[in-house]
Design a protein around this ligand. Structure first.
Ligand code: DC
Length: 218
């Protein structure tokens, strides 16, 4: 069994930024489970499937192979052999991933892949249900959160920096909607594991959050 660190939390809390930095400092492999759900979401979108067409989603899962590779230390996500990394962060992909991740067959497809990765390697894995379902025996569990306003502002600034036109109020309501969906779904909802350490990053800098987590990994 590898050394396993689980980071869960709502959209925009900074999980992937923090997990990547902790991975670098500790020499762990970073596993981005959201990217796996997003990879499947792209498969459904490519096939013209709507998020509420559950039977079609389940069937489409059968011929989707999502793999994560590291090229020059940067995560690349492949869907049936095609590199789809540049589409992963699109809003429609995030929304499709949030909606279809509530389907048990979608989760079952990715669960084994995630558990296998953690079995043999030292990993820091981020998502919504890592500490509660995927790696219930993780050595360290973090619940990383921040206020909705802070998360919306961070996302707005990220998009503006990329030159993508956007609206702060819309981003905020999108985040609220996604939080609600992720927290209230029947299977593997987003919630803090009983033995997780809660870290609220609203008023913390990135290095402060990284230091706190590295400290817990001793
Ligand atoms: O972390 P993210 O925004 O890339 O995740 C996209 C969606 O995937 C998120 O809204 C919910 C889903 N997800 C999940 O259900 N379980 C995980 N472990 C990771 C992501």
């Amino acid at each position: 069994m590898g050394y396993n660190v689980a980071i869960d939390g709502p959209a925009g809390a900074g999980k992937s930024t923090i997990a990547k930095l902790v991975a670098k400092e500790k020499g762990f492999i970073y596993v981005d489970t959201g990217a796996m759900y997003r990879g499947l979401a792209i498969h459904f979108l490519n096939q013209g499937i709507q998020a509420d067409e559950t039977e079609k989603v389940i069937k489409a899962c059968q011929d989707a192979e999502v793999t994560i590779r590291y090229e020059n230390g940067i995560q690349q996500v492949y869907l049936n052999g095609a590199n789809i990394t540049s589409r992963l962060r699109d809003e429609e992909v995030g929304n499709m991933a949030s909606m279809t991740s509530a389907i048990p067959e979608v989760r079952a497809k990715l669960l084994e892949l995630q558990q296998n990765l953690a079995r043999t390697q030292n990993v820091i894995m981020d998502g919504r249900d890592i500490g509660t379902c995927v790696l219930p025996n993780a050595d360290v569990k973090i619940f990383l959160t921040a206020s909705v306003e802070t998360r919306a502002k961070r996302r707005y600034e990220e998009l503006m920096a990329k030159g993508v036109p956007c609206n702060l109020d819309e981003i905020e309501s999108d985040i609220r909607e996604r939080d609600y969906r992720d927290m209230t779904r029947e299977i593997a909802p987003l919630k803090q594991a009983e033995d997780a350490v809660k870290v609220d990053s609203s008023y913390m800098t990135i290095p402060e959050v990284v230091d706190k987590i590295v400290e817990l990994c001793r």
